[in-house]
Write a protein that binds this ligand. Sequence first.
Ligand code: 8YV
Length: 330
Amino acid sequence: MSKPRILVARAIFPDIVDRLRAHFDVEDNPDDVIWTPAELAARLADKDGVLTTGSQRVDAALLAAAPRLKICANMAVGYNNFDVDAMTAAGVLGTNTPDVLTETTADFGFALLMATARRMTESEHYLRAGKWTKWSYDMFAGSDIHGSTLGIIGMGRIGQGIAKRGAHGFGMKVVYHNRSRLSADLEAECKATYVGKEDLLRTADHVVLVVPYSAASHHTIGAAELALMKPTATLINIARGGIVDDAALAVALREGRIAAAGLDVFEGEPSVHPDLLTVPNVVLTPHIASATVPTRRAMANLAADNLIAFLGGRAPLTPVNQPVPGLRAQ
Ligand code: 8YV
C-alpha cells in the first residue's frame, strides 16, 4: 500500500522530517521558501496532510484546492491562521502544540518585561554608540518589577506561568482578566486576583498580553485602553499582532502616555509599524518567545506525532476541532 502524502510547508529540523519520511511520502521545504497561498494550494492538491506554522493561512479556498487533505498540524499553540469552521465543515482536522511551549514562552514573557521595565536594550544601544561618558542619577532609570502590580490579560497556561513567576519569584501582586475566572485552586496557585479589564489597566504597573487572537480580541489594546494605563506603566505583547493597535501604541510611547513597551509580535509581521522603529522606549523582538532549541524540537515533534497518529488511523494528540470523519477524498 502506498504511504500517505504530506507537505512540510516550512523548513523544520531535518531529523524530524526524516522521522516523518518513515511514515509518509514527504515533500518538504528545506530552503524555507515563503509560498504564496496559490503556491501552497498547488502543492497541497495531492496531499493527505500538512505541517504548517502559525503564518500559513488555512481557509475555505485552500481546502477546496486540496481535496485529499485530512489534517493540518500547526507547529504553534496559536491557530488563528486556521479558519476552524471552514476546516470542520470540510472534514479537515486541525491540531496545535499546547503545553510543550508553555514554560519557555512564560520565561520569555518575563524576560521581555524585565528588559522593558529596566530599559536594557535602550541602554545597550547608548553604550554601544559610545555615549556613556559619566554616571548620572537618572541615567536609564526605569520602573521596579519586585513588589509592583502585574496585570495579565489572558490567563491560559502561559498567562498562569507568568503569574507564578511574578508572584513567587518577584513578590508581585498579580491581577488578571480573562474570558472566564480560574478555579479557586488555580487562583491560589498563581496568587492571582480576577479583575475587570478597566480595573487592570488602571492599576497595573506592568500589563502582559497573552490572549489568543480572534475577531473579538482584535485591538484589545487601542488608544482608549492606553489612555487608562498609568504613565509609568509598561505594556508587553507576546500574544499576537493585532491584539494591540500598533499605530496607537507608537503615539502613546512617543507622547509618554505610558513609559515603555516590549513587543514580540506585530500587526502584519514580519513588517513592523515604522513608528515603532523610531521610538526609543520600546523593546522589539522578532516573534521568538518559544524559540529555544528543546522547545522548538518539542513543537515540531508534537506536530509530527499528530500527523503520524491521525493518518495512521489513531486519535490525534492535540486536536483543535472535531470534523465529521470521511468527508474527504481518500
Ligand atoms: C510560533 C507561536 O513560533 O506557538 C505559537 O502560537 O506564536 C510561536 O510559538 C509561531 O506561531 C510559528 O509557528
